[in-house]
Ligand binder design. Structure first.
Ligand code: RP5
Length: 178
């Protein structure tokens, strides 16, 4: 994983010496190209985060340890990406009261609808905030919004981010009109 991370210019497991606030987990290294997009957003906002593989099916005991210890380690939100019968976000949400954001990863079959349904159709009582298929960008932005609720520095950065997005669209519109 370290090799893939460095190839994708991602920070190593934990950013510098800061305690991670957001945990990004994924069921397999095959999910990394999708999840790395979210990691880059967190990096852009200077959010300390960690990134690793935790599989609900292949490493169930690791998943249990990760989920049950996450809050005590200082994590504020968990982003969990998985494909196929994507139980990871739901199982993690069952073992922590931290907000869990699920990213349905598009696999080789069923166009990712299998992952989407597995994650979004959580039974009553155990919420998983589900973003669109492969949309790790929105997962990261939602995680930052969670932080912004009690850390004003992230609220300011989000406001700047949305001003920049608006400017970009307005510039494109102006270019078309001229
Ligand atoms: C899931 O199975 C993973 O999240 C991944 O999306 C999918 C396929 O995993 P690999 O067979 O590529 O390792 O657990």
């Amino acid at each position: 994983l370290a090799q893939i991370q460095s190839a994708m210019e991602l920070p190593s497991s934990e950013m510098e010496n800061e305690k991670p606030l957001v945990g990004i987990i994924m069921g397999s290294d095959s999910d990394l190209p999708v999840m790395a997009v979210g990691a880059r957003i967190l990096k852009q906002f200077a959010v300390p985060f960690e990134l690793t593989i935790v599989s609900a099916h292949r490493t169930p005991f690791r998943m249990t340890k990760y989920a049950t210890e996450a809050a005590a380690r200082g994590l504020k939100t968990i982003i969990a990406g998985a494909g196929g019968a994507a139980h990871l976000p739901g199982m993690v949400a069952a073992m922590t009261v931290l907000p869990v954001i699920g990213v349905p990863v598009k696999g080789s079959s069923l166009d990712g609808v299998d992952s989407l349904h597995s994650i979004v159709q959580m039974p009553r009582g155990i919420p998983v905030a589900t973003v669109a298929i492969n949309n790790a960008t929105n997962a990261a932005l939602l995680a930052i919004r969670n932080l912004a609720a009690f850390m004003p520095e992230y609220r300011i950065k989000l406001e700047q981010y949305y001003i920049a997005i608006e400017d970009e669209v307005l510039q494109k519109a102006q270019k078309l009109e001229n």
